[in-house]
Design a protein around this ligand. Structure first.
Ligand SMILES: C[S@@+](CC[C@H](N)C(=O)[O-])C[C@H]1O[C@@H](n2cnc3c(N)ncnc32)[C@H](O)[C@@H]1O
Length: 303
Protein backbone atom coordinates (compact mmCIF):
# COMPACT_ATOMS: atom_id res chain seq x y z
CA UNK A 1 0.00 0.00 0.00
CA UNK A 2 1.14 3.57 -0.42
CA UNK A 3 2.65 4.89 2.77
CA UNK A 4 -0.17 6.17 4.82
CA UNK A 5 -0.55 9.71 5.99
CA UNK A 6 0.67 10.89 9.33
CA UNK A 7 -2.48 11.56 11.24
CA UNK A 8 -3.33 11.10 14.90
CA UNK A 9 -4.55 7.64 15.89
CA UNK A 10 -7.62 9.18 17.47
CA UNK A 11 -9.52 12.15 16.08
CA UNK A 12 -8.71 15.47 17.72
CA UNK A 13 -11.27 16.48 20.34
CA UNK A 14 -11.94 19.73 18.54
CA UNK A 15 -12.50 19.98 14.80
CA UNK A 16 -9.51 20.95 12.69
CA UNK A 17 -9.67 24.68 12.15
CA UNK A 18 -8.99 26.54 8.95
CA UNK A 19 -5.41 27.63 8.69
CA UNK A 20 -4.97 30.47 11.17
CA UNK A 21 -4.10 33.87 9.75
CA UNK A 22 -0.40 34.04 9.05
CA UNK A 23 0.04 30.47 7.73
CA UNK A 24 0.98 31.34 4.21
CA UNK A 25 3.83 29.88 2.23
CA UNK A 26 5.80 31.63 -0.47
CA UNK A 27 4.61 30.39 -3.84
CA UNK A 28 8.01 29.31 -5.16
CA UNK A 29 8.75 27.34 -2.01
CA UNK A 30 5.30 25.72 -2.06
CA UNK A 31 5.71 24.79 -5.74
CA UNK A 32 9.10 23.26 -4.99
CA UNK A 33 7.67 20.99 -2.26
CA UNK A 34 4.50 20.07 -4.16
CA UNK A 35 6.61 19.01 -7.16
CA UNK A 36 8.72 16.85 -4.86
CA UNK A 37 5.49 15.50 -3.35
CA UNK A 38 4.26 14.45 -6.79
CA UNK A 39 7.54 12.65 -7.56
CA UNK A 40 7.58 10.72 -4.26
CA UNK A 41 3.92 9.77 -4.72
CA UNK A 42 4.81 8.25 -8.10
CA UNK A 43 7.00 5.74 -6.30
CA UNK A 44 3.75 4.31 -4.88
CA UNK A 45 1.62 4.87 -7.97
CA UNK A 46 3.92 4.76 -11.01
CA UNK A 47 0.98 5.54 -13.30
CA UNK A 48 -0.33 8.33 -11.09
CA UNK A 49 -0.59 10.88 -13.91
CA UNK A 50 -2.43 8.39 -16.15
CA UNK A 51 -4.76 7.56 -13.26
CA UNK A 52 -5.47 11.23 -12.65
CA UNK A 53 -6.14 11.66 -16.38
CA UNK A 54 -8.64 8.79 -16.22
CA UNK A 55 -10.21 10.17 -13.04
CA UNK A 56 -10.70 13.57 -14.70
CA UNK A 57 -12.08 11.82 -17.81
CA UNK A 58 -14.73 10.23 -15.58
CA UNK A 59 -15.64 13.59 -14.05
CA UNK A 60 -15.82 15.20 -17.49
CA UNK A 61 -17.86 12.40 -19.09
CA UNK A 62 -20.37 12.16 -16.25
CA UNK A 63 -20.77 15.84 -15.39
CA UNK A 64 -22.84 16.84 -18.40
CA UNK A 65 -21.79 20.48 -17.86
CA UNK A 66 -18.57 22.49 -18.31
CA UNK A 67 -18.58 23.75 -14.72
CA UNK A 68 -18.90 20.72 -12.44
CA UNK A 69 -18.61 21.08 -8.68
CA UNK A 70 -16.06 18.57 -7.40
CA UNK A 71 -14.92 17.63 -3.88
CA UNK A 72 -11.47 16.02 -3.34
CA UNK A 73 -11.25 13.98 -0.11
CA UNK A 74 -7.78 13.77 1.49
CA UNK A 75 -6.42 16.07 -1.20
CA UNK A 76 -2.85 16.40 0.14
CA UNK A 77 -1.35 19.52 -1.47
CA UNK A 78 -4.09 19.58 -4.13
CA UNK A 79 -2.56 17.62 -7.03
CA UNK A 80 -5.91 16.46 -8.42
CA UNK A 81 -7.62 19.85 -8.12
CA UNK A 82 -4.81 21.64 -9.95
CA UNK A 83 -4.84 19.09 -12.80
CA UNK A 84 -8.64 19.02 -13.04
CA UNK A 85 -8.84 22.80 -13.34
CA UNK A 86 -6.24 22.81 -16.11
CA UNK A 87 -8.56 20.53 -18.09
CA UNK A 88 -11.88 22.03 -16.91
CA UNK A 89 -11.19 25.68 -16.11
CA UNK A 90 -14.85 26.44 -15.38
CA UNK A 91 -15.05 23.75 -12.67
CA UNK A 92 -15.02 24.40 -8.94
CA UNK A 93 -12.92 22.05 -6.80
CA UNK A 94 -13.20 21.99 -3.01
CA UNK A 95 -10.09 20.16 -1.80
CA UNK A 96 -10.14 18.98 1.82
CA UNK A 97 -7.47 17.42 4.01
CA UNK A 98 -6.69 17.07 7.70
CA UNK A 99 -2.98 17.87 7.51
CA UNK A 100 -2.14 21.57 8.05
CA UNK A 101 1.23 21.29 6.29
CA UNK A 102 -0.25 19.79 3.13
CA UNK A 103 -3.09 22.31 3.09
CA UNK A 104 -0.59 25.17 3.54
CA UNK A 105 1.51 23.84 0.64
CA UNK A 106 -1.56 23.51 -1.57
CA UNK A 107 -2.70 27.03 -0.80
CA UNK A 108 0.80 28.33 -1.42
CA UNK A 109 1.30 26.53 -4.72
CA UNK A 110 -2.22 26.74 -6.17
CA UNK A 111 -3.91 29.47 -4.10
CA UNK A 112 -4.39 31.67 -7.15
CA UNK A 113 -5.94 28.93 -9.31
CA UNK A 114 -9.44 30.13 -10.06
CA UNK A 115 -12.06 27.65 -8.85
CA UNK A 116 -9.81 25.84 -6.35
CA UNK A 117 -10.56 26.15 -2.63
CA UNK A 118 -8.84 24.30 0.23
CA UNK A 119 -10.62 23.25 3.43
CA UNK A 120 -8.91 21.86 6.53
CA UNK A 121 -11.08 19.12 8.03
CA UNK A 122 -10.87 15.58 9.35
CA UNK A 123 -12.93 12.88 7.65
CA UNK A 124 -13.33 11.07 10.97
CA UNK A 125 -15.38 13.96 12.34
CA UNK A 126 -18.89 14.28 10.85
CA UNK A 127 -18.62 18.08 10.65
CA UNK A 128 -16.26 17.78 7.67
CA UNK A 129 -19.36 17.88 5.48
CA UNK A 130 -20.52 21.30 6.75
CA UNK A 131 -17.01 22.67 6.66
CA UNK A 132 -16.96 22.25 2.88
CA UNK A 133 -19.46 25.14 2.62
CA UNK A 134 -21.14 23.82 -0.51
CA UNK A 135 -23.87 25.86 -2.16
CA UNK A 136 -25.27 23.14 -4.42
CA UNK A 137 -25.21 19.37 -4.92
CA UNK A 138 -21.86 18.06 -6.06
CA UNK A 139 -21.25 16.48 -9.49
CA UNK A 140 -18.26 14.37 -8.42
CA UNK A 141 -16.45 13.35 -5.26
CA UNK A 142 -12.89 12.24 -5.98
CA UNK A 143 -10.03 10.87 -3.91
CA UNK A 144 -6.58 9.36 -4.34
CA UNK A 145 -4.67 7.06 -1.95
CA UNK A 146 -6.34 8.55 1.13
CA UNK A 147 -9.43 6.55 2.06
CA UNK A 148 -7.65 3.24 2.76
CA UNK A 149 -6.53 4.82 6.00
CA UNK A 150 -10.08 5.00 7.41
CA UNK A 151 -11.48 2.09 9.40
CA UNK A 152 -14.39 0.26 7.68
CA UNK A 153 -17.08 1.91 9.80
CA UNK A 154 -15.70 5.42 9.18
CA UNK A 155 -15.26 4.56 5.51
CA UNK A 156 -18.97 3.71 5.27
CA UNK A 157 -19.85 6.96 7.07
CA UNK A 158 -17.66 8.96 4.68
CA UNK A 159 -19.12 7.25 1.60
CA UNK A 160 -22.65 7.77 2.99
CA UNK A 161 -21.94 11.46 3.54
CA UNK A 162 -20.42 11.69 0.05
CA UNK A 163 -23.54 10.08 -1.46
CA UNK A 164 -25.59 12.72 0.36
CA UNK A 165 -23.49 15.51 -1.18
CA UNK A 166 -23.83 14.19 -4.73
CA UNK A 167 -26.60 15.06 -7.14
CA UNK A 168 -28.64 12.18 -8.58
CA UNK A 169 -26.40 10.48 -11.14
CA UNK A 170 -23.28 11.99 -9.56
CA UNK A 171 -20.07 9.97 -9.32
CA UNK A 172 -17.58 9.08 -6.63
CA UNK A 173 -14.16 8.20 -8.08
CA UNK A 174 -11.45 6.80 -5.85
CA UNK A 175 -8.02 5.72 -7.08
CA UNK A 176 -6.00 3.65 -4.67
CA UNK A 177 -3.98 0.51 -4.17
CA UNK A 178 -6.64 -1.97 -3.02
CA UNK A 179 -6.12 -5.68 -2.41
CA UNK A 180 -8.25 -8.39 -3.92
CA UNK A 181 -9.93 -10.83 -1.48
CA UNK A 182 -7.11 -13.32 -0.72
CA UNK A 183 -9.47 -16.11 0.34
CA UNK A 184 -11.71 -15.90 -2.70
CA UNK A 185 -8.92 -15.69 -5.30
CA UNK A 186 -5.45 -16.21 -3.81
CA UNK A 187 -3.63 -16.56 -7.13
CA UNK A 188 -5.25 -13.50 -8.65
CA UNK A 189 -4.46 -11.58 -5.47
CA UNK A 190 -0.77 -12.54 -5.80
CA UNK A 191 -0.79 -11.65 -9.49
CA UNK A 192 -2.37 -8.27 -8.70
CA UNK A 193 0.47 -7.55 -6.32
CA UNK A 194 3.10 -8.85 -8.75
CA UNK A 195 1.86 -6.65 -11.59
CA UNK A 196 2.16 -3.55 -9.46
CA UNK A 197 5.59 -4.62 -8.16
CA UNK A 198 6.83 -5.11 -11.73
CA UNK A 199 5.45 -1.75 -12.82
CA UNK A 200 7.13 -0.07 -9.86
CA UNK A 201 10.43 -1.80 -10.71
CA UNK A 202 10.20 -0.59 -14.33
CA UNK A 203 9.36 2.92 -13.12
CA UNK A 204 12.18 3.10 -10.62
CA UNK A 205 14.67 1.79 -13.19
CA UNK A 206 18.06 2.88 -11.98
CA UNK A 207 17.05 3.65 -8.42
CA UNK A 208 14.78 5.30 -5.89
CA UNK A 209 14.09 8.98 -5.79
CA UNK A 210 12.98 10.76 -2.66
CA UNK A 211 10.81 8.47 -0.52
CA UNK A 212 7.84 9.24 1.74
CA UNK A 213 9.86 9.42 4.94
CA UNK A 214 12.63 11.50 3.36
CA UNK A 215 10.09 13.96 1.98
CA UNK A 216 8.40 14.35 5.35
CA UNK A 217 11.64 14.70 7.27
CA UNK A 218 12.82 17.42 4.90
CA UNK A 219 9.55 19.29 4.51
CA UNK A 220 9.05 19.48 8.28
CA UNK A 221 12.47 21.13 8.53
CA UNK A 222 11.62 23.79 5.91
CA UNK A 223 11.85 27.16 7.72
CA UNK A 224 9.14 28.73 5.54
CA UNK A 225 6.70 26.10 6.84
CA UNK A 226 7.46 26.56 10.53
CA UNK A 227 4.02 27.98 11.36
CA UNK A 228 2.20 25.19 9.53
CA UNK A 229 4.44 22.57 11.15
CA UNK A 230 3.71 24.06 14.59
CA UNK A 231 0.00 23.93 13.80
CA UNK A 232 0.39 20.30 12.73
CA UNK A 233 2.03 19.50 16.06
CA UNK A 234 -0.62 21.46 17.97
CA UNK A 235 -3.34 19.36 16.31
CA UNK A 236 -1.54 16.11 17.08
CA UNK A 237 -0.42 15.27 13.56
CA UNK A 238 3.25 15.14 14.42
CA UNK A 239 3.40 11.44 15.35
CA UNK A 240 3.81 8.98 12.51
CA UNK A 241 0.84 6.70 12.18
CA UNK A 242 0.53 3.90 9.68
CA UNK A 243 -2.36 1.63 9.11
CA UNK A 244 -4.22 0.20 6.17
CA UNK A 245 -7.57 -0.14 7.85
CA UNK A 246 -9.58 -0.39 4.63
CA UNK A 247 -7.02 -1.80 2.24
CA UNK A 248 -9.23 -4.36 0.55
CA UNK A 249 -11.29 -3.69 -2.55
CA UNK A 250 -14.20 -5.53 -0.91
CA UNK A 251 -14.10 -3.09 2.05
CA UNK A 252 -14.71 -0.30 -0.43
CA UNK A 253 -17.30 -2.07 -2.57
CA UNK A 254 -19.28 -3.06 0.55
CA UNK A 255 -19.05 0.42 2.05
CA UNK A 256 -20.17 2.01 -1.23
CA UNK A 257 -23.15 -0.32 -1.53
CA UNK A 258 -24.05 0.22 2.14
CA UNK A 259 -23.82 3.95 1.48
CA UNK A 260 -26.61 3.56 -1.08
CA UNK A 261 -24.74 3.99 -4.38
CA UNK A 262 -26.68 2.46 -7.26
CA UNK A 263 -23.67 1.25 -9.29
CA UNK A 264 -20.21 0.29 -8.04
CA UNK A 265 -17.34 -0.92 -10.21
CA UNK A 266 -13.73 -0.60 -11.34
CA UNK A 267 -13.08 1.52 -14.43
CA UNK A 268 -9.29 1.24 -14.72
CA UNK A 269 -6.77 -1.00 -13.06
CA UNK A 270 -3.29 -2.44 -13.10
CA UNK A 271 -3.02 -5.13 -10.46
CA UNK A 272 -3.87 -3.65 -7.09
CA UNK A 273 -4.10 -0.09 -8.34
CA UNK A 274 -7.59 0.75 -9.38
CA UNK A 275 -9.97 3.51 -10.21
CA UNK A 276 -13.12 2.59 -8.36
CA UNK A 277 -16.29 4.39 -9.37
CA UNK A 278 -19.73 4.57 -7.76
CA UNK A 279 -22.81 6.31 -9.12
CA UNK A 280 -25.79 7.66 -7.19
CA UNK A 281 -29.25 6.66 -8.34
CA UNK A 282 -30.94 8.92 -10.85
CA UNK A 283 -34.53 8.67 -12.12
CA UNK A 284 -33.37 10.12 -15.46
CA UNK A 285 -30.33 7.88 -15.86
CA UNK A 286 -26.84 9.32 -16.05
CA UNK A 287 -25.85 11.82 -18.69
CA UNK A 288 -22.84 9.91 -20.04
CA UNK A 289 -23.06 10.04 -23.83
CA UNK A 290 -23.22 6.70 -25.63
CA UNK A 291 -20.09 6.09 -27.69
CA UNK A 292 -19.72 3.43 -30.37
CA UNK A 293 -17.38 0.50 -29.84
CA UNK A 294 -14.14 0.93 -31.76
CA UNK A 295 -12.54 -2.55 -31.56
CA UNK A 296 -11.79 -2.42 -35.27
CA UNK A 297 -9.85 0.85 -34.97
CA UNK A 298 -12.59 2.81 -36.65
CA UNK A 299 -12.00 6.47 -35.88
CA UNK A 300 -13.78 7.41 -32.65
CA UNK A 301 -15.47 10.78 -32.32
CA UNK A 302 -13.28 13.34 -30.60
CA UNK A 303 -14.39 13.98 -27.01
C1 LIG B 1 -0.97 9.47 0.45
S1 LIG B 1 -1.71 11.03 0.75
C2 LIG B 1 -2.55 11.38 -0.81
C3 LIG B 1 -2.85 12.84 -1.00
C4 LIG B 1 -3.46 13.21 -2.34
N1 LIG B 1 -4.78 12.65 -2.49
C5 LIG B 1 -2.57 12.78 -3.49
O1 LIG B 1 -2.88 11.81 -4.16
O2 LIG B 1 -1.54 13.44 -3.69
C6 LIG B 1 -3.05 10.71 1.85
C7 LIG B 1 -3.78 11.95 2.28
O3 LIG B 1 -4.91 11.61 3.09
C8 LIG B 1 -5.03 12.60 4.08
N2 LIG B 1 -5.84 12.06 5.19
C9 LIG B 1 -5.61 10.94 5.91
N3 LIG B 1 -6.53 10.78 6.86
C10 LIG B 1 -7.38 11.82 6.74
C11 LIG B 1 -8.55 12.21 7.46
N4 LIG B 1 -8.99 11.51 8.49
N5 LIG B 1 -9.17 13.33 7.06
C12 LIG B 1 -8.71 14.06 6.02
N6 LIG B 1 -7.61 13.74 5.32
C13 LIG B 1 -6.95 12.63 5.68
C14 LIG B 1 -3.60 12.88 4.48
O4 LIG B 1 -3.42 14.06 5.22
C15 LIG B 1 -2.93 12.90 3.11
O5 LIG B 1 -2.95 14.15 2.52
Amino acid sequence: MPATPSVPSTPPTTPSEEQPAGVSVDRRIAEHWTQRWDRQQEEFLPEREALFDALIDVVQESAGRPDPLVVDLGCGPGSIGARLLRRLPEATVVSMDADPVLIALGRGAYGDVRGLRFVAADLRLPEWVDRLGLARPVDAVVSSTALHWLDPSTLTSVYTAAAGLLRPGGVLVNCDELERDQDAAPTLARLDRALLAREKARWLGTGHGEGWYDWWERVLAEPALATAVAERERQGFAGEHHSDLSAGIEDHRTALRDAGFAEVGTLWRRGEVQLLCAVTASPDGVAVPTRPHTHNNAPAPRP
